[in-house]
Design a protein around this ligand. Structure first.
Ligand SMILES: [Zn+2]
Length: 197
């Protein structure tokens, strides 16, 4: 269903994303640098085969990593990556929006009410609320990266796949693939590439 190129990129994107932290140099850190190099190399090989895809590659406004974007955003320089920057920015701006809201008269009333209710609930409940919040965040992050994989598959394969199929593929890949296998494959390909005239 998916070509080897798509599968390799899927695996690299998932692996890279697992190292994401909200720091501009997250993908250049020691523990991730090698994966980033393979990710860039895989993109380079893809562009060689399909040069028209270059127009959809952009740099993240926050961290600078190269990633594929929707054709509608081609050439833009104000987009954040799907590895985590977009998510982090959304979270930050919604926090700022709620800060602004709580400074209005209506917001101040609402905050008083919330505080009253919060005092009533016991410590256990608060802990539960917090845990639920964490789970939601994790789910959202996964959706963001799944949407990104869907976009990458669309660019490479030239057709749209449902998120259900993407998720299924991800599960299979994570079971089968290992970083060792991927490095071996990439090394093999780069050797062939050097030999060819
Ligand atoms: Zn980024």
């Amino acid at each position: 269903m998916f070509s080897q190129t798509t599968e390799d990129l899927f695996f690299l994107i998932i692996t890279l994303q697992s190292f994401y932290i909200f720091e501009p140099d997250w993908y250049r850190r020691n523990e991730v640098r090698q994966i980033t190099a393979i990710y860039y190399w895989a993109i380079h090989m893809l562009i060689k085969k399909a040069p028209f895809l270059r127009q959809y590659l952009i740099k993240c406004k926050h961290c600078g990593i190269i990633f594929f974007t929707d054709p509608r955003n081609a050439g833009r320089q104000d987009i954040r990556c799907s590895f985590g920057c977009r998510q982090a920015y959304k979270k930050k701006s919604s926090k700022e929006r709620s800060k602004d809201y709580y400074q209005t008269e209506e917001g101040k009333e609402k905050k008083k009410e919330l505080n009253k209710r919060r005092k009533k609930s016991n410590a256990n409940n608060q802990e539960k609320d917090y845990q639920e919040l964490e789970v939601v965040d994790e789910k959202q992050m996964n959706n963001e990266i799944l949407n990104y994989l869907q976009l990458v598959a669309w660019h490479i394969e030239g057709k749209r796949f449902s998120l259900k199929i993407i998720l299924m593929k991800v599960k299979i890949l994570l079971r089968q693939h290992s970083m060792y296998m991927l490095k071996k494959r990439v090394y093999h390909c780069s050797k062939i590439n050097k030999q060819s005239p």
